[in-house]
Design a protein around this ligand. Sequence first.
Ligand code: HXC
Length: 536
Amino acid sequence: PLGERMPGRHLRRVEPPAPPARSMRLLRAERDALENAVLEGKPEANARMRAQGKRTARERLELLLDTGSFTELEMFRRHQARGLKVDETRPHSDGVVVGSGTIDGRRVFVYAQDFTICGGSLGAAHAAKIHKVMDLALAAGAPIVALNDSGGARIQEGVLSLDGYGGIFRRQVEASGVIPQISVVLGPCAGGAAYSPALADFTFMVRDTANMYLTGPDVVAAVTGERVTHAELGGADVHATRSGVATFVHDDEDSCFEDVRYLLSLLPANNLETAPAGPTQGAVDDVRPALADIVPVEPNQPYDMRSVVAEIVDDEDYLEVHENWAANVLCAFGRVDGEVVGIVGNQPLVLAGVLDAAAAQKAARFVRFCDAFAIPLVTLVDVPGFLPGTEQEYAGVIRHGAKLLYAYCEASVPRIQVIVRKAYGGAYIVMDSRSIGADLALAWPTNEIAVMGAAGAVDILFRKELAAAPDPETLRDTLRAEYADQLTHPYYAAEHGLVDDIIDPTKTRAAIARGLAMLRTKRKQAPRRKHGNIPL
Ligand code: HXC
């Protein structure tokens, strides 16, 4: 009857429900199978990559990042294109692997193009994935590393592909000077796609597999009749030695990724942080006897400026940037007493260390990078001047030299100039002289700073006297000695306050370490403006 208590009713066993068509277990198994299929990729295509000495996109990320640190995003994204010759299988990932991981425990964002899917070509979905990871990198204030291996704009997607590239370029410019951007070219990188490595702060290329050009050999042959191979037109060595497009070149991918990691270990995560410091080494009291013997006293004798750098930096450890391009100027990152510095030096081994158009461009870009990322600058000066001649003038050495001048004038990071030997004319000014804003100018007793060397100066100043002299050679020698005595003696600049100290060369490392400590809290406010107008 109604209302009567039914003892034990609530304990009655309920029949188990029929197994559902969809359970969490099945859904998970389905998901994992799909993930595994995406991770496995196309075995034949992967084998083709390996046969060419290349690694797959995911293998590359494993090599680059700390083990197990990679978090992939948008693995299941597929293109939405329809029509002519589109890949109807709509492969997941759409030819690019994006996400984030760590390098030496520090956060980075990455994307790696996968040539095995649609030739790594860039369509709307592919580009959207890259855009997303770039946005995340900027928001998180962490470096971005791009691994390029692509046939370029996905032809089947028309203007949507071009729009995708534009979105990458715009983001790169927005992130410039905020987070370090590294581009690694590991396969073809043709047409406008090459502007992405060009906009990055540092570009790595691998020999034999990487190519970069705006128009390929076929188009070159059709338009100009010139016949060139891919390597001759845009191989790694061409860009590392002639065009300056590649900052670093490597024989294989493994050593390339090792150097990407090394470079990142020297850079801050963003423009609000400082580069990771190494252990202090008591450098402020260091004496390096070898420094007394590296630089010959005679101004024209060559020597390797890298030997000086090795004696100044911690553990003789430094990373040279653009080592094979414009080698008459040397640019390198290293640490002094733990603190990362950017070193710019003339290189007397190459073209006697003169500055030319290419050297000025190389050093200017390096100086601007250091300034953007709060890396102090140490400038080692031994420069006879700018390279004379029509070739240089026609190449716009004035315009390019002005870039270096501009870059230094603008730099607000601590700046230490060390004049190890000669410093003549405009090149003296450009190599971070006191007049353009060096905070500390040091010089060795070998320094010789003047408008020009004694020989040239005497010939100009005393042309008439020399022409009229019965013994011009003796007069010339006397006048040169007098000139050197009065105008280029090692204490002349110091007497006028343009050099802070004449230092014992063996104490150069110590003097730089003391200077860096003194300038660590340097702040410099520039007047407000939209931006300057660097001569480009
Ligand atoms: C669509 C592409 C593609 C592209 C390659 N593939 N490039 N699909 N759009 N741009 C496809 C191929 O059809 C092929 O698909 C697969 O990728 C592998 O390519 P292969 O030619 O078999 O490889 P390989 O012999 O190694 O030659 C690689 C290559 C060549 C040299 C890159 O594919 C090539 O020349 N591609 C075109 C390059 C190009 O002109 N891109 C446009 C540049 S202009 P299947 O299905 O057969 O496996 C540009 C503008 C950017 O990018 C503008 C930005 C502002």
